[in-house]
Design a protein around this ligand. Structure first.
Ligand code: PAN
Ligand code: ZN
Length: 187
């Protein structure tokens, strides 16, 4: 078994979310159509620059039962209108698949939304904090600081990413800056 793995240890750079040999996904503003509540602010920001919002590098060592995949994410600081930069967010295709997020640097939050009940929870993610994302829960990350929010997400190899279901109905809550503080509001 062990001999089938070419590489088990990987060096990583958190601020750039780089892991040599990993699968890189970059998300720019133009790819987050419909995610931000303030459509006019979104269009105005996009006209100025199609900024890089985040990068994720995934390591997928094996695909069998019991195997794990993980991703290193760097979500850069910024806002669209008063809403903090965020990830698209998703459910796992295998709905029961949970995930552990380990904060490395910066600070922000994870918005969790139960697919069935629509119940929302806001949990802090950043340096010194770790978040357990239960199965059947849509999850999105938001950066409320002025530096990159970096983290590892570790999930079952068969989890898969379903972006469609949550994009269609959107998260029910948004995280905006109000009186200088992150505030969770109804969309
Ligand atoms: C994470 C996410 C990462 C980017 O690795 O993929 O934070 O967010 P989106 O995938 O929603 O664009 C994870 O939750 N993996 O399962
Ligand atoms: Zn996930």
């Amino acid at each position: 078994m062990l001999e089938t793995f070419k590489q088990l240890a990987h060096p990583y750079d958190a601020l750039s979310a780089e892991i040599p040999g990993g699968k890189v996904v970059e998300r720019r503003l133009s790819q987050l159509q419909g995610c931000f509540a303030d459509e006019a602010a979104y269009q105005a920001a996009l006209e100025k620059e199609d900024s890089l919002l985040y990068r994720v590098t995934a390591i997928e060592p094996a695909d069998g039962t019991g195997d794990l995949h993980y991703g290193l994410g760097a979500l850069y600081p910024g806002k669209i209108g008063n809403e903090y930069f965020l990830t698209k967010g998703h459910l796992h295709s295998a709905r029961e698949a949970a995930e552990v997020y380990i904060g490395l640097s910066g600070s922000g939050y994870m918005l969790l939304e139960d697919e069935q009940s629509g119940e929302s929870r806001l949990e802090p993610l950043g340096k010194g904090s770790v978040v357990y994302v239960p199965g059947y829960t849509a999850h999105r990350t938001m950066n409320t600081s002025t530096e990159p929010l970096t983290y590892f997400g570790i999930y079952p190899a068969n989890a898969g990413h379903d972006y469609g279901a949550i994009a269609e109905r959107n998260f029910l809550k948004i995280l905006v800056e109000e009186n200088g503080k992150p505030t969770l509001k109804d969309r």
